[in-house]
Structure formats: C-alpha cells, structure tokens
Design a protein. Sequence first.
Length: 636
Amino acid sequence: MKNKLLALLITACMLFALMPAVAGASDMAVETKSVEIKLAIGSPTLTVNGTTSTIQKPYKQNGTTMVPLSVITKAFGAGLKLENNKIITLTYNKTTVVLTIGSKTVKVNGSPITLTAEPKIVNSVTMVPLRVIVSAFGATLALNGNDITIKGLMAAAPGTSTGTNTGGINSDAGKTYVGDSYYNWSMKYPSDFVMAYQSNNGMITQWASVADDRKVAIFIEDVDQAYSREELREFAEDYFGTDEFAVEKKTITVGDLSFEKIISKTRSGWYYEYRVIQVNDRIYMAATGVQATTKDKLDALQDILNSFKPSFAKNDLTLKDITKVKDGYVTTVDKDFGLTVNMPVNWTRLESAPNPIFVSEDGLMFFNISSLEDNDTAQAWEKRSREKLEQSFVSDYLRNVKDTTVALKDGEAQVLSYEYSFDKEKWHKQYQLFFVSGEHKYQLKFYYNEGVKVDGESIYNKIVSSIDIDTEYVDSNFSELEDSEALEQLTVKKSSKAYGYSIELPQSWMAESKDFEDTTVEYYTDYGDFMIDIWEDEKATDVVDYIKNYLTTDEDMKDAGAQVKSTTTATVGNGISATKLVVDFNKLTAPTTETYLIFEKNGITYVIYYTITQANNTDSNRAAVEKVIGSFTFTS
C-alpha cells in the first residue's frame, strides 16, 4: 500500500510539473479551423471559405471526380512530398495518403484501395481522385449535380511540401492563356480539355475533351523556304486521315494575321478545322475537331482558334508556358526502358524503333539493354568491342581510338571513342558507352559528323551528364535479352528446293529478302551486303558478259565510278568452279568493292555477290564472307 501511494504521488508531481509547459505550448499552437470548399465539375472557379480563385476544371473519369492536387494541399493545409516525379505522399494530422501517377492503387495509412481512375498529369497539373482523399481526411462531401461542397478541418499543423517543382504539382491559378516560349505561340487556355499528347520536342501538342468528342491541336514545323498559298493548304492536308476530305478551303484574316483555312469531314463522323500560317522559317497550324453530324458544331471552338497567335508574351502572368525546351534541350523520359535523358531539341525520337533512337542531321544516339552473362564486366565488354572495331576497319580509315571512363548518375561507365571515315575525307566521331548494373548491361552509342556546324563534343557531354537509368525497373521488367554478340558465333543452314542448293549464314546477318524458293535472296552485314541471284535458262558466260557490259555502259554505274578490277577463276563450296569478277565503286559516298561469283548447273546460272565497303575490307570481314561461300552446296 505504501509503495502504491508513493507511485501515485510521484505521478501527480510529474503531471503538476508539466502543466505550465503544456499550457505554454497550447498558447503557441495553430488553432484548428474549419474549412468549406466549393467547386464544380467543368468549372474553373474554386471557393475556399468564401475566397475565390481559378483552377483547372475538375472532371469525371469512370465515375471518379478528378480535381487539381493543389485543392487538397492548400485548402486542408496537408503536407506534400513528391518522389521520382510520380509518387505523391499527402500527410494530414496522423493520416498518410500515397498516390502514384498512372496507378489506380491508393494507400491510406498503408492499406491499399483500388480506384476506377488513376492520378494523371493534365496540362502540367496533377489531377487526383477527390472522394478517397476527402474521406481519408475525415471531411464530408456533398454533391448537387455538378456542384461539390466539402466541409472539414484544417490540419492541426500546416504541412510542408518537398519535390513540388516538377511533375505538374503546381496549380494553373490565374492562367487563361497557354503557349510555348521556345516555339513562340500562344492561345486561349482550353481549360475544359485535357492534354492528350505532346511530342518529344513539343512541336505537336493535342488536347481532348474528357468524352474525347472534341479536340484542339497545335502543329509546328521549321522549313527552309517560303510556302505558297497552295503549299500551306497542302501542309494541312498532309495531316488528313484516309477517310477525310475537304469541304471548305479559303484564306481568312484574323486581326492582322492571314491564315489558310480548311474545314474537312471524315466518313467516321468528325469535322476538323485547320488554320495554317507561316512566319519566317516556321509554319504554325492550329486545328480543332468535333464529333458531330454538322460542321456548325465547330463554331463552339472558334474562340480558341481566333485567339491563336504566332507570338509569346513572356511577361504575361496569365500565360502558361508548356514548352518542353530548356536551353535548347528537351528532357525525354522513356518509362518503358527506364531511361531519362536530355536531348537537343532538333533531335527526333524514332517512334517506329523499338529501342530509344534519336536522330538529327548532325548525328545519332542509340540506347540498348541486354542481359549480363555470368562473370562479365563492363571492362571486358568494352575490350571485346574494341577488338572487333579494329578488326572491322582498315587502319587508314580509323583513328584516335581511346579507352576512357565517364561518371553516370548510376555509376561509372566504360567509354570507347574513335573517329572513322569511309572516304578518308569526311570523318565521323563515335562514342560507345558500356555500363553494367544488376542483371543487365546498357550500351549507348553517340555519333556525329565532324564537319557539322554544331559542337558535337559539347552535345555529347550534355547528353551523357543527363543520363539517368532506372536500373531497378529494368531488372524487374526485363529478363533475358541476348545481344548480337551471342549471334556472331552462330550459323543457320538455308536451303532452296526449287534451285537445289544450301548455304550456311551467320545468324547475326539481317535478311532483306529471305525466301530461298525465290530467284533472289539478300542479307545485310555490318560492313556490306550479300546476295544470291538465280538466272534461269541463261548460260554463265552470257551472264558474265551481261554484267561486264552493264558495269561499263550504264550511266548510274559510271556515276558510281564502277571499274572492273579483275576477272579470274575461283572455287565455290566443294569444288564448284566459278568466274570471279571484282569491281570497285570509287565515286560513292562510301566507296565499295563488289565481288561476283558466277557459275552454272543444269541450265541455271547462279550469281553470288557480296559488297564490302573499302573502309571495312579487312582480312577478318573477307574471311567471314568467304566462309559462307565455302559452305555453298548443291543438294540436287
């Protein structure tokens, strides 16, 4: 009993001692305030406790109301953290809500909830599902048609925000116009639309209504000459679909600007209006579209078209800049390959290519992922590549071969740099980067012409310094990917029943025409091409004479500098005697040497010929082709 009484006295004294401190803290605490939020689907007006502001219009998707994230953070005083430009963590008192751009899974205090619509970036603004967040914050939500009223309490302590300068977190408050400061255009903000597409360099931007029955788009193209009226109209018609035709063509004036206007119709139920104008060396086209039975439905979008200007007022606070270009570079994110890289604005991503490939008049960049074999390293990989390079080029066509390293954001990469030429006059610089992480290896090839006006070395350095590879994503989503190294030692036996022969080809060769029952088959190599041509009912001597005559009399052959270097006898396969013609083409951009092997059996003449660029006419490359020729066998 004595011990119990002593414990109670000690506890009472502790509570008494703490009382002044608690009272002081209470005096300094932020008073919890009630909050009433009013907004409406399709309306840019937001009211918080009677104070009105402008937001991007809320919309419904699959029955889920989507609102700008700033409505939540600012109205409730919630904390915000953005990671990797896609993971959003909201904190409100003791509640944590985690959303991911593009994912329908939301976690509330760690418990997952599946939604019917995922958070997404719309016009550079993050739109999030309203109800799940409001419920998590203990607020009430009342709906009356499109009108929404939310009542709740501000956070006990204001939350902090980190990582919110990217990913479209900030609101569009006060923005009534949109444009691109790099391409120099602007127009009224299509606030009831969502940005559906923006090309890698921002030269094409498209918006669509949530129901996808109305569209607005801007197209930009740089040209090197003045376009006539008809050429500007043809520019628009080049964007026509296969079932689209013009119903109106004329020149119009809007303010002090003259546009070529085309209205078109599709058989699938759409009307489009195109307006095209050229300013100096740039063509601008503003376009709208509606799914409708009559073209007068386009009238609802006239206000947007009429507002378009080939200019951008940088000091206009009502103008939202959606440019993707910064200091002449564009940040490209290829989520499928886990790659983020800054590329010059004039470099174009080849959309048809499976791998990230960027091209321009100045050069090319290629990115590839393959599996890492046991005990392989980036150093060993680079060494093998250098050996292959030096075996593939005649020494006079290759110079300044160097092995170095470079620090990427994800670790150190091996670098093989060199200069090569096909004519000893025009030289090209190439870098190959070899990087290994986890279960995969990554190769980047960057090439530029030394004669280009731009500073290729500077471009390379800026690109490499920006490369960021999500190696964890790659290891999770890519499995075994054999590269061309694995194919170089493998062959495949091809046969022709119609013409009675077989031949073994390296599996690394790529087929252009691979039907061996046809009269022609053709394959490409790293250094030229290889072909088998069948001449039915022709004598070998006649074919030899025809080829010689063609090489010496055809104008195209003369322009290419065709010159028969030698005519000898050679052996094909296992003892097949053939006439061998060796021909140089010295006036091509990449001079080549072609070798013809012509032989006959059973009234059929077979012509095997292969091309090797003179820069690649090494013992190693010739031996590879001669091995193939040595495998040729008659099967009947």
